[in-house]
Design a protein around this ligand. Structure first.
Ligand SMILES: Cc1cc2nc3c(=O)[nH]c(=O)nc-3n(C[C@H](O)[C@H](O)[C@H](O)COP(=O)(O)O)c2cc1C
Length: 500
């Protein structure tokens, strides 16, 4: 028989066990509630705001990555469109944390196409560094634009991007002194709110600049031209990811506000024509450029991806015939492998030329026609890290535009859902729950750090190759590994022509 004392002890033990279980249960519950609330209200990580608690798994897996990648995961340089090494550089630059690596490079220096820069035997001392000189665009128009920095934000419309993303970009751009291109969806109040310099893009549907019949409207153009914040106008002929196809904003992303800004019906696909109705040859292109410039008084140029070059001969000959004042003030050259909010795969994968081919050809043709000083070259396409931005400058570009690098600065995790309205980081969606995860103030600071650290690190590269100002970079400063097994100077691969 069990004694009464033993029964009491057993009973007490069971009671203590139960109390302990309840206490543990309550503590766990409180911890879960605490972390849930913490995740929802913190402003650093959109993923945690949008996916409280479970979002931590992303960061846990990320921190374990270095230890397990050799067993399961692709290496740092394999992922596309942007590999891990590039994304990590941008994330660190945007967070303004130390951007150094240990042990050595993970690049494969035996792969043809590998880019290196030619270091100077006696580089200048760091304290001699000078900032890149500002450049004047549009010397013949009523209000030329003095562009402060060579690294700027490429076209992405309000529509493709959320309100919070545009606000972060416009504020970050103002702080960094760079321009923000509106993309083809017209000028939204959020583009203007941050106070950045604005490049207003006129797409094939002319959203924001059209009359009721869809034609270019001079009154609207003039109103925008009178706004001192709007510095330049860019006529979009084509975009690298979808040459020959106009913009596409899926119905789910055409909110009533976006429809209002664009002058279209809400919640219906917004499909721009594949070409400007009024631009079917180089003569008409110059006519429209000159009309926009005359009406607005601001520098005007065009954006395109090149698939062939013959038409540029026609364009440059026509400019020389009319006089150099008639020239576009700039050409924005986009790369085949550029990004998009939404585009058909056949175009994304197969049409147009990458800038490693088209940029040297464009620059050489401008030199040959004596137009290089007159027409500024802006280039975009996967130029998101200092080495590739420097490559663009070496090749002869005056400015580099970047779109997806700035999306990484906003916290993009390359989920590839820009066309679905379900972007987990609140950047390319209008789902209020997801957008609420993106804190515009916090991300504006990241945009600022990304842009300024980019310029800073290009300064470091410049010293290494022996120049003081990034604008002094030229083709002799970089080499590419060819199939011959030798690193050949860009100056030898793409020699500059004589002016004809
Ligand atoms: C989400 C998104 C939206 C875009 N919208 C436009 C646009 O409206 N107009 C345009 O000319 N280019 C647009 N682009 C293309 C970019 O401006 C840029 O030319 C291209 O992505 C190459 O730059 P990147 O490699 O730095 O992204 C868009 C790109 C992305 C990722």
């Amino acid at each position: 028989m069990i004694s009464e004392h033993a029964t009491t002890i057993l009973f007490r033990t069971i009671q203590i066990e139960q109390t302990a279980k309840i206490a543990i249960f309550i503590i766990c519950g409180l911890l879960i509630i605490f972390f849930y609330i913490h995740d929802r209200i913190q402003k650093e990580h959109a993923i945690l705001r949008n996916y409280p608690l479970i979002g931590h798994f992303r960061y846990i897996f990320e921190s374990m990555r270095d230890y397990v990648q050799q067993y399961f995961i692709t290496n740092d340089r394999e992922e596309l469109p942007f590999n891990r090494a590039v994304r990590s550089w941008v994330y660190r630059a945007a967070k303004n944390v130390e951007n150094v690596v240990g042990f050595g490079s993970t690049r494969d220096f035996t792969k043809p196409g590998t880019l290196v820069f030619t270091d100077a035997p006696f580089p200048p001392i760091g304290r001699e560094a000078v900032a890149a000189k500002p450049i004047t665009i549009g010397p013949y128009c009523r209000t030329p634009y003095i562009a402060k920095t060579f690294f700027n934000i490429s076209a992405m419309s309000y529509g493709a991007l959320s309100k919070a993303a545009i606000l972060a970009l416009s504020n970050g751009a103002r702080m960094a002194g760079c321009w923000l291109n509106t993309g083809e969806g017209g000028i939204s109040p959020y583009h203007l709110e941050g106070g950045a310099d604005i490049v207003a893009q006129i797409g094939t549907a002319k959203y924001g600049y059209r009359d009721l019949d869809g034609n270019l409207d001079d009154t609207r153009l003039k109103n925008y031209g009178d706004n001192p914040q709007i510095k330049m106008f860019e006529i979009k002929l084509s975009q690298g990811a979808k040459p020959g196809k106009g913009g596409l904003l899926p119905a789910a992303k055409v909110t009533p506000e976006i429809a209002e800004i664009r002058g279209i019906a809400p919640y219906k696909d917004s499909v721009s024509p594949n070409r400007h109705e009024d631009i079917s040859n180089v003569t008409e292109l110059l006519n429209v450029i000159n009309r926009v410039r005359d009406v607005t008084g601001k520098p005007t140029g065009f954006k395109a991806v090149f698939g062939s070059y013959e038409w540029l001969d026609d364009l440059f000959n026509e400019i020389l015939k009319r006089g150099i004042e008639s020239a576009p003030d700039f050409i924005t050259l986009d790369s085949k492998d550029g990004g998009t909010g939404a585009a058909p795969m056949v175009l994304v994968d197969h049409v147009g030329l990458p800038i490693r081919d088209s940029l040297p050809v464009l620059v050489n043709m401008l030199v040959q026609y004596g137009l290089k000083e007159r027409i500024k070259v802006i280039v975009s396409g996967k130029l998101a890290t200092p080495s590739y931005v420097a490559w663009g400058l070496c090749m002869g570009a005056d400015f580099v535009n970047c779109a997806r690098g700035f999306l990484f600065a906003l916290g993009c995790i390359q989920a590839m859902r820009c066309h679905l309205n379900t972007c987990p980081t609140g950047i390319t969606t209008h789902n209020p729950r997801l957008v609420s995860g993106l804190d515009p103030k916090n991300k504006a600071i990241r945009v600022y750090h990304y842009a300024t650290n980019m310029v800073h690190e290009i300064g470091i590269l410049c010293h290494s190759v022996g120049v003081l100002d990034p604008r002094e970079l030229n083709r002799t400063h970089a080499r590419v590994l060819t199939t011959s097994g030798h690193f050949v100077s860009l100056a030898d691969l793409f020699p500059l022509p004589e002016k004809s």
